[in-house]
Write a protein that binds this ligand. Structure first.
Ligand code: S3P
Length: 424
């Protein structure tokens, strides 16, 4: 339950990046020799990848307080179905990585993951020579091995699909090309370089080079912009607020929300830029300003696809009606996020409408109420942020799902002065 807040101030504690954490583990498991990972995100989704890799026979263990060690090698058929929990990234990337080995594996997940579309990875992997039993959703059984090249059109843009193909491609013979009419996050491409792999991106084509043998590496993972964004938006919407986040990974294909918060009028300052394991990292400070409505085109979506619940919350406190176009992909996230955003806003007395793939949100007085998270961590967190600025408290159900990506969310919020209470 989130209560109306005074101004928010201080440093918002940001957990490590989730996308990078999955990739560091999986690439380490495909590389020869030892991989050391520092700053792996300790959250349920990432632990689903850890457990899955162990089931494939990979040696993965925690070393010391903040490190992990992965010893890559040949993967074997798991003895039981691989349970990816709530994590679409685990399921889709692991299917690609496993497809290169001569093994059989059944992938499954929780109720939410078993509803999400898997044909988008199944089809390209089949085109590369993998075989599947099952339909378009989990559970799916993969028979891997004997892969060849592919040229795949990545539409709608999906970093998970692209990554799945690149990971399978490491063990495929022939050219592996992903055509991206709109770029999606490129962490896999960057991290493949750190493991000695080769990926070239030119004119919207991502192509795996001939050097496909990976060597173990040291990977350092910094703050997750998708988690930091809860602190940024909280600061942007409450008068007098000023919130700092340190050491946040700011890959340009991830931080579209900063650009749009600035266009809405928020004061965003960047300092101490540096590069870690190939990714840009900076400190940031966001200060409140009276926000105004924006119209966000569809081509802005891939660089902030997970941040729309928060952008919609910001829009609820802005003057005027904001329009967010091209949100079809939100329907197949951990929940039907488009419907969940509109429903939550309406429950809290905010005018929100969906027309096709466009969401409109009219800013004004935010009343508060009991919001259904639909078991979606980002919906739960976004509406708790909204609750800080509402006239009455906001409650969200199934708040335990927040642990899939950001177990320290409540503590981080309290650290900047927010009042959030957990109920039995
Ligand atoms: C992710 C890619 C995005 C994002 C997800 C994580 C990744 O999904 O929504 O939370 O780590 O590659 P899509 O690639 O399906 O858009």
């Amino acid at each position: 339950m989130a209560f109306p807040a005074e101004r928010l101030e201080g440093r918002f504690a940001v957990p490590s990046d989730k996308s990078l954490s999955h990739r560091a583990l999986i690439l380490g498991a495909l590389a020869s020799g030892e991989t050391r990972i520092f700053g792996l995100l300790d959250a349920d989704d990432v632990m689903a990848t850890v457990e899955a890799l162990k089931a494939f026979g990979v040696e993965v263990e925690r070393v010391g307080k903040s490190g992990w060690q992965v010893i890559g090698g040949e993967w074997r058929s798991p003895a039981a179905p691989v349970d990816c929990g709530n994590s679409g990234t685990s399921a889709r990337l692991l299917m690609g990585a496993a497809a290169g080995f001569d093994l059989t594996a059944t992938f499954t997940g929780d109720d939410s993951l078993r509803r999400r579309p898997m044909r988008r990875v199944r089809e390209p992997l089949e085109a590369m020579g993998a075989r599947f039993e099952g339909g378009d959703t989990l559970p799916l059984t993969l028979h891997g091995g004997g892969l060849h090249g592919i040229e795949h059109l990545n539409s709608p843009p999906s970093a998970q699909v692209k990554s799945s193909i690149l990971l399978a491609g490491l063990q495929a013979a022939g050219p592996v090309r992903v055509i991206e009419p709109q770029p999606s996050r490129d962490h896999s491409e960057i991290m493949l370089g750190a493991f000695g792999g080769e990926v070239a991106t030119h004119d919207g084509v991502v192509e795996l080079g001939d050097r496909r043998h990976l060597r173990g590496a040291r990977i350092d993972i910094w703050g997750d912009p998708s988690a930091a964004a809860f602190g940024w938006v909280a600061a942007a919407i409450f008068p007098g607020s000023s919130v700092e986040t340190r050491g946040v990974m700011v890959n340009p294909l991830r931080v579209g929300i900063l650009d749009w918060l600035e266009r809405m009028g928020a004061d965003v300052r960047v300092s101490n830029p540096c590069r870690v394991s190939g990714e840009q990292v900076t400190d940031l400070r966001v200060r409140h300003a009276q926000l105004r409505a924006v119209e966000v085109p569809a081509n802005a979506a891939p660089a902030m696809i997970d941040e729309y619940p928060l952008l919609a919350v910001a829009a609820a406190f802005a003057s005027g009606t904001s329009l967010f176009h091209g949100l079809g992909e939100l329907r197949v996230k951990e929940s039907d996020r488009l419907a969940a955003i509109a429903e939550g806003l309406q429950i809290c007395g905010v005018e929100a409408r969906i027309k096709g793939d466009t969401l409109s949100v009219t800013g004004g007085l935010v009343a508060g109420g009991a919001v259904a998270s639909h078991g979606d961590h980002r919906i739960a967190m976004a509406f708790l942020v909204l609750g800080l600025g509402a006239r009455e408290p906001v409650t969200v159900d199934r708040a335990e799902m927040i642990a899939t990506s950001f177990p320290g969310f409540v503590a981080a919020m309290r650290g900047i002065g927010a009042r959030i209470e957990e109920q039995e």
